[in-house]
Design a protein around this ligand. Structure first.
Ligand code: PLP
Length: 429
């Protein structure tokens, strides 16, 4: 690395020679008949194995009563058993009184929150379905499933550029203050999906001090990666948003979401929401019709397994030990093959599940296609944007967690090769 030529400074002859060389190398990959997948932000098998003992934490001999004497096998307890609230509130850095425990998915809770606002409004305001237009701010690049929810409900999505400090707050402040149709914003404040950026103190403070024109505007603060550090001694810290909103005199401004999906088992974890008492009351009015209570057996199982937040922190270090070599290997290969070429930039997150890659403008789709044709599946280009439209066609989300190290090595080598080949072809056009 380091001594490679900037592609933009190469002559046509040099580019043509480079293209021939890269094409040969690409053909060699094609003959390898690979079938690798770098598209999914899922934990790998070794990570799932870390939580297998949870299945023994509640065996047929176990005491099935919660600390408050509730038989967890039976109906009841709408907002979650006390010890689960305590564990999740420590995880979320909020008081247990501000927590509501839900089912197995936080995305589900976000969907329901928008659905409820559509049909019944927010704290007595007009249901959104009766309004001519509902709009939503979408920091980009962002999480495709967030954008899919707002698209499903016909909410008009407005992209807001991300910076290393979080969303462009000048733009956020101006838009929410001037347009009553804007009812929310998607935020992944820590180790964001896909860039791995964490919001700065100033960004969090400005969020808490937003002055939305709409009374029923809510910040959807999806703290999906709150505990998901890669390093022990280099972690991102955030100002806690509920407390900051309260200090700013806007206690009801935020819904905060989290889950244990990538702590225990995705699909079989616990989701939870933290918000003001006013919001909780409003939300419970709906949830009480939706269910008699969520899965308390699973709640107790999680508490018996982790014991407390210290157990969870230790558990997350084991995840980090598995994930750190994967992230570092991808970054090393990117550096080795692309440094100095000027045809790609990538983020180097200290946590979360993704690396975000920027190609030259107009190259992302072609890179993803080329990888696919040589047997490596990436997240489709454009996925990280509302309506799947990346205006620059330059963003690619890299998901290093799922494949085994050796697969990841080959996939990363091929990826950088495709980036170079597509860039050369672009420059020759
Ligand atoms: N939020 C973000 C930002 C995510 O990246 C993911 C999963 O990739 C989720 C939520 C899904 O959370 P859950 O499993 O709790 O529904």
């Amino acid at each position: 690395g380091g001594n490679m030529a900037r592609y933009e400074e190469l002559s046509v002859e040099e580019l043509e020679a480079l293209r021939a060389e890269l094409k040969d190398e690409y053909r060699r990959y094609q003959t390898m008949d690979m079938n690798l997948d770098m598209s999914r932000g899922k934990p790998c098998r070794e990570q799932l194995d870390l939580s297998n003992d949870m299945m023994d934490a509640l065996d047929s001999n176990a005491d099935m009563y919660s600390s408050e004497g509730v038989d967890v096998r039976n109906y009841g307890v709408l907002d979650g058993i006390a010890e689960a609230k305590e564990l999740l509130s420590d995880m979320m850095e909020n008081h247990p009184d501000h927590i509501l425990i839900f089912g197995n998915s936080s995305l589900n809770v976000m969907y329901d929150s928008i659905s409820r606002s559509m049909t019944h409004g927010v704290m007595g305001s007009t249901p959104w379905c009766k309004l001519d237009e509902v709009k939503w701010l979408c920091p980009v690049p962002g999480y495709d499933r967030h954008f899919a929810i707002t698209e499903y409900f016909g909410i008009k999505m407005i992209p807001v550029p991300m910076t290393e400090q979080g969303p462009d707050m000048d733009m956020v402040e101006e838009l929410v203050a001037s347009d009553e149709a804007i009812k929310g914003i998607w935020c992944v404040p820590k180790y964001s999906n896909p860039q791995g950026y964490s919001y700065s103190d100033e960004t969090v403070r400005r969020f808490a001090r937003l002055k939305p024109a709409a009374r029923d505007f809510r910040i959807y603060w999806d703290n999906a990666y709150g505990m998901h550090h890669l390093y022990d001694h280099e972690q991102d810290y955030l100002i806690e948003i509920l407390a900051e909103c309260k200090r700013a005199g806007h206690p009801d401004l935020v819904y905060k979401f989290a889950s244990t999906s990538k702590i225990s088992f995705p699909g079989s974890g616990i989701a939870s929401m933290a918000t003001s008492l006013n919001n909780l009351e409003d939300i419970k009015k709906q949830v009480q019709y939706q269910t008699i209570g969520h899965d308390k057996v699973n709640q107790l199982r999680h508490v018996r397994f982790f014991q407390d937040i210290h157990g969870m922190v230790k558990h997350m270090q084991k995840h980090a030990n598995i994930l750190r070599p994967k992230f570092e290997m991808v970054e090393d290969i990117f550096e080795k093959n692309l440094a100095g070429t000027g045809v790609g930039e990538w983020t180097k997150p200290k946590g979360g599940y993704f690396i975000s890659f920027e190609t030259l403008p107009g190259c992302a789709k072609a890179v993803v296609d080329k990888c696919k044709k040589a047997g490596v599946t990436l997240t489709p280009a454009g996925s990280a944007f509302p309506y799947k439209k990346d205006p620059n066609d330059s963003n690619i989300r890299i998901a290093p967690t799922y494949p085994p190290l050796e697969d990841l090595r080959i996939a990363s080598e091929l990826f950088t090769l495709c980036v170079k080949l597509v860039s050369v072809e672009k420059l020759l056009k």
